[in-house]
Design a protein around this ligand. Structure first.
Ligand SMILES: [Zn+2]
Length: 336
């Protein structure tokens, strides 16, 4: 193939388009290369049972294969990760940078030349690979807040009621609070935020415990508004707890306040607007996404940061397949 000859046949506009395509292609992170670098200094675990008792088991379709001595299953470097089973790996790698830029599915589809359904599937695999980053042990002062969002059944075909025709239908319904989904937002002062779907309706202390309980201990000091469920939960956990009135942005002892968690709330609202409503089924996925972006916002290598998640997280596909289950569990009314 004589590239110079091909070049001569292109118009100026086509050359510009080609240059853009090349740049997109060449700047996409190479997951294969990333993984082999990671493998050099990290032990390889079985994605089926997490055992490290594994051995080489030849090659399959050009990829090194392993076998687990414990569960006897075979796997390769990408089993369980977001990229496993993806055939258009090059396009998938290009899409990673578009997720970092929060590009819409429609726009990504036309930019990469892959159909919308596939991009949708890729998006949620990538967001599943961010789950591990959404929630880690807190250091020092922790600010916590709850937030109510309207339930959104966008794209859900299994509705057990008629969809609302106009917003006023929702307002006139009895028991308004059960028409909302509550999320817990919490952050320490070390850039370690988390946002988690708590429950349908108002939060109780169990839902606070189930979302952030494992990340907090008596080493931390909690700041929040005076929500009775958060107060009850903090008391149960024996946490030092300072409460604030939302309308009065005051600070106690120069360091206790809820300003960080409030500004995370505000940034989330601004960010999520571009999606014109997020389906409740996928809400936890979007929260993973936003928290990931918050965590890497000072990084100069955001696309690479996400590519590393993809290469590393062997529980991604498991998480991805649980989206429906988690949603169904959320919809089961819990006695409280
Ligand atoms: Zn195994």
């Amino acid at each position: 193939m004589d590239l110079q000859e091909i070049l001569k046949t292109l118009s100026q506009n086509e050359k510009v388009e080609l240059a853009q395509l090349l740049q997109q292609d060449l700047s996409a992170p190479n997951i294969e290369l990333l993984k082999s670098n990671i493998n050099k200094d990290q032990e390889i675990l079985c994605p089926h049972c997490n055992s490290n008792d594994i051995y080489s088991h030849g090659n399959y379709k050009g990829r090194k294969r392993y076998k687990c001595k414990v569960c006897k299953k075979t796997f390769n470097d990408f089993t369980g990760t977001a990229i496993s089973g993806i055939k258009k790996t090059n396009e998938f790698q290009q899409y990673i940078s578009l997720v970092v830029e929060s590009v819409s599915i429609r726009k990504a589809s036309s930019q990469i030349g892959v159909n919308i359904k596939t991009i949708f599937d890729w998006r949620h695999k990538l967001l599943s690979s961010m789950a591990l980053m959404n929630g880690q042990s807190f250091l020092g002062i922790v600010e916590c807040d709850d937030k109510q969002l309207n339930i959104n059944n966008k794209g859900d075909r299994h509705l057990d009621r008629k969809p609302y025709k106009r917003p006023s239908d929702r307002e006139t319904k009895r028991g308004v609070s059960n028409d909302k989904v509550s999320i817990i937002v919490a952050t320490d002062r070390n850039g370690n935020p988390t946002m988690q779907v708590a429950k349908i309706g108002r939060i109780d202390s169990d839902s606070v415990e189930n979302t952030i309980g494992e990340f907090i201990s008596t080493q931390n000091v909690l700041c929040s508004d005076s929500h009775p469920s958060i107060i009850a939960w903090a008391k149960e956990k024996k946490l030092e707890h300072h409460t604030f009135i939302a309308s009065k942005q005051h600070v106690k002892d120069k360091c206790y306040h809820v300003q960080h968690v409030n500004s995370i709330d505000n940034r989330y609202e601004r960010w999520v607007k571009r999606f014109y409503g997020v389906s409740t089924k996928y809400l936890s996925q979007y929260l993973n996404w936003f928290v990931f972006l918050e965590k890497v916002k000072k990084s100069r290598t955001q696309t690479l940061d996400l590519a590393k998640n993809v290469a590393l997280d062997i529980s991604t596909i498991k998480n991805y397949r649980l989206i429906n289950n988690r949603y169904e569990n959320l919809l089961i009314p819990h006695s409280s």
